[in-house]
Write a protein that binds this ligand. Structure first.
Ligand SMILES: [Zn+2]
Length: 177
């Protein structure tokens, strides 16, 4: 079991101590997808597990078509989502999508979706938004921590930002703090 340490400075920024961790593989999949369809909202699901402390541990991501092909809106085809559920039973723990316009927070539509899924449907997904613009010539290998935001709509606290942990290259993991 991993040691989960609490960092008071970080915890004070948020009302909830839960976090979402993304493996390098997951980050790579998401970044590649976003840059491949950078003019529309790229979207997909996050695969992994929720640990005992209710943190989201994302091992990989699975891109799905945005059936609206829109730069300001995304929606899955329910059949596509069902197919992933059948292929990876119990592994879907969240959703990611991009904001190619650079809009740096959850839209009103996002908030409605988060509340509906997390509260009304009681599906404990985390929501990851990656904010553009995506005009770099070189596609990055990892997500930018300053341009990625994670959310969850908690029963008690309402919609909250969730602490995002992006794994470092393996050579850096020995660094103790
Ligand atoms: Zn959005």
């Amino acid at each position: 079991m991993q040691h989960i340490r609490c960092y008071p400075l970080i915890m004070n920024k948020y009302n909830n101590a839960q976090h979402i961790s993304l493996s390098r593989q997951a980050q790579h999949t998401i970044v590649a997808d976003i840059f491949q369809r950078r003019s529309i909202e790229a979207c997909g699901v996050l695969l992994g597990f929720v640990d005992k402390l209710e943190n989201w541990q994302v091992e990989d991501a699975y891109p799905l078509p945005n059936i609206f092909n829109s730069p300001i809106y995304f929606e899955f085809d329910p059949a596509d989502l069902l197919q992933v559920e059948l292929t990876y039973p119990e592994k879907i723990i969240g959703v990611y999508h991009s904001h190619p316009t650079g809009f740096a927070r959850a839209s009103d539509t996002d908030r409605q979706n988060m509340q509906r899924v997390n509260v009304e449907e009681q599906i404990p997904w985390a929501w990851l938004i990656i904010c553009g613009p995506f005009n770099q010539k070189t596609i990055p290998q990892q997500l930018s921590s300053t341009k990625s935001i994670a959310y969850h709509h908690f029963d008690s606290d309402g919609l909250q930002q969730v602490i995002l942990r992006l794994s470092e290259p393996s050579s850096a993991t020995t660094t103790e703090t």
